[in-house]
Design a protein around this ligand. Structure first.
Ligand SMILES: Nc1ncnc2c1ncn2[C@@H]1O[C@H](COP(=O)(O)OP(=O)(O)O)[C@@H](O)[C@H]1O
Ligand SMILES: [Mg+2]
Length: 252
């Protein structure tokens, strides 16, 4: 991994970032972020010059209409994608210009992603899906399995370990996905409309989990329209047309 850390950051002309980097309560610093998608001659400005800081332990909700660029922004903050321009520091590491390989390694240990459609690997069992990130991080097989079993039990899926994704309900699949997101114990959890496809009872379970995570050490960024999930947030960001329109609440 490229060792481009806080300590090495010395360019004060880089949009006054130097000052922000001295604020030790910030876990993520995003500055002037731009994400464009080029389709033929057409350019979609999904994220159009966004600056956003996230504090350690903060629970942030991003909401806004479909197509606003919420998913694109979330992916940048967690290192699932790189910006066309702008700077992202995540835990003191500059991830905005990392190559794909370094970014994958960074993400593996630091960002737990939860998706609207779960994104489980269809040919792996629930347990194997949870083991997968631990496997990639080089954990011993026995330790992987023990931790997967523990996490699945916490998700009340102890009796579903050998099930393949298609043998699980939507709510169960999302709980497997959450166990997978937590497997390497990442400090940041990023969730993209995690309850959008779930029934009331499953959504409530997921919300309770987020509430527990919030009371732990995790920093949480959730894209959602779920009012009960929004109620947990320290800060609600309204996003539209690639930009932050409004911060609706900041309890800090
Ligand atoms: N991989 C992609 N290739 C091309 N266009 C994309 C891609 N991902 C998203 N977009 C476009 O970028 C815009 C923002 O998308 P997205 O970030 O998914 O918004 P949201 O999550 O708020 O619905 C949309 O117009 C979408 O069509
Ligand atoms: Mg989206």
């Amino acid at each position: 991994m490229k060792d481009d850390t806080l300590v090495e950051f010395k360019d004060p002309n880089e949009n006054n970032l130097a000052e922000e980097l001295t604020k030790t309560d910030l876990i993520i610093i995003g500055k002037d972020l731009v994400k464009n998608y080029e389709i033929g001659d057409f350019i979609v400005k999904a994220v159009d010059g966004v600056s956003l800081n996230v504090k350690f332990g903060e629970f942030i909700v991003i909401k806004g209409p479909s197509g606003a660029g919420k998913t694109s922004l979330l992916n940048l903050l967690g290192g699932l994608d790189s910006p066309n321009s702008g700077i992202i520091y995540n835990q003191g590491v500059k991830i905005s210009d990392m190559d794909q390989e370094s970014l994958t390694l960074f993400r593996l240990m630091n960002s737990g992603f939860i998706f609207q459609n779960y994104n489980l690997i269809s040919t792996l069992t629930a347990e194997e899906n949870v083991m997968f990130p631990m496997n990639l991080s080089g954990m011993k097989l026995e330790e992987q399995r023990n931790r997967a079993v523990k996490l699945l039990k916490e998700m009340r899926l102890g009796d579903r370990r050998e099930h393949l994704p298609f043998q699980l309900s939507a709510g169960e699949q999302q709980r497997v996905a959450i166990a997978r997101a937590l497997s390497n114990d990442p400090p940041v959890i990023l969730a993209d409309e995690p309850t959008a496809n779930l029934d009331k009872k499953s959504s409530q379970f997921i919300r309770d989990l987020f509430n527990e995570l919030k009371n732990g050490e995790k920093t949480i960024i959730v894209v959602t329209h779920d009012d009960d999930l929004i109620a947990l947030a320290d800060k609600v960001i309204l996003f539209d047309q690639g930009n932050i329109i409004e911060q609706e609440r900041d309890l800090n």
